[in-house]
Design a protein around this ligand. Structure first.
Ligand SMILES: Cc1cc2nc3c(=O)[nH]c(=O)nc-3n(C[C@H](O)[C@H](O)[C@H](O)COP(=O)(O)OP(=O)(O)OC[C@H]3O[C@@H](n4cnc5c(N)ncnc54)[C@H](O)[C@@H]3O)c2cc1C
Length: 223
């Protein structure tokens, strides 16, 4: 099982917990009829039927907890997914490190040079140095130092790395993957979605197989 995958230059996704599996999806459906099945092929067909016909609630019985480290601009896109629960690192109680995302040269449009990346690094380094200097200047007790950290973080750009825990059920996760693995989604969040997809495929192989067949491969599919 994939427990952790590095993403971008300094980020990662860690699968830290899972409740339920493909089996739980089937059990959730069969509770209504009071039947049990010991035929894996029938279970597989049932899961495919559910996804094909948009019966989403049985997939809400499977829940994942991920630990994600990503640039702030990726987190901002991620947090738009309201069906799920987030706990993010604090900028008040923790000082930011000088850790920001540097794009992979090969993903940039043509025409950019190493000088352009150097200018990007220089601007971010300067912003961080100012943040560090102003935070260090705070006098007084812990509350004043916390206030300094929370206000001067405004200097840091959205490429600085943040961390959060994300609790999400399989139905909402599939919606996230459908939207964020799409070629129109930003390259950087797509890298995270691909990492999460690989973990999901291992965790719930039959559900993922059906999701690929009926949702990912069809523009108009839904879950
Ligand atoms: C490529 C791309 C570009 C984007 N560009 C922009 C942009 O320019 N500006 C911008 O603001 N956003 C943008 N978004 C964000 C997008 O509009 C969604 O907010 C985001 O993808 C979350 O999707 P969601 O609402 O399906 O997910 P969730 O919030 O997790 O919701 C899951 C599902 O629950 C249901 N649901 C949730 N809340 C409600 C509700 N209040 N009422 C009814 N049904 C609900 C819906 O069926 C929804 O699909 C972009 C997203 C993508 C993938």
């Amino acid at each position: 099982m994939i427990a952790k995958q590095c993403v971008l230059d300094k980020g990662f996704v860690r699968l830290i917990d899972q409740m339920g599996s493909d089996r739980r999806v089937v059990e959730a459906v069969r509770v209504s009829t009071g039947t049990v099945s010991d035929d894996p092929e029938r279970d597989r067909k049932l899961i495919h039927f559910l996804i094909e016909h948009g019966h989403g609630t049985p997939f809400e019985k499977v829940v994942f907890e991920f630990h994600v480290k990503c640039p702030l601009f990726v987190a901002r896109q991620w947090f738009r997914h309201r069906i799920g629960s987030f706990n993010e690192r604090s900028a008040r109680y923790r000082r930011f490190d000088e850790e920001y995302f540097v794009p992979d040269f090969s993903t940039l449009p043509e025409g950019y040079t190493a000088d352009d990346l150097a200018a990007y690094n220089e601007a971010l380094h300067h912003a961080y140095a100012t943040y560090e200097r102003l935070v260090a200047k705070a006098s007084g007790g812990p509350e004043q130092r916390a206030r300094a950290r929370e206000v001067w973080r405004g200097l840091l750009g959205t490429s600085f790395y943040t961390e959060f825990f994300w609790t999400v059920n399989l139905r909402s996760l599939m919606n996230f993957l459908k939207l964020r693995m799409h070629p129109t989604a930003q390259y950087e969040i797509r890298q995270y979605a691909e990492a999460i997809a690989a973990m999901t495929r291992e965790a719930v192989p039959i559900s993922y197989e059906a999701f690929e067949r009926f949702v990912l491969s069809r523009e108009a599919g839904s879950i």
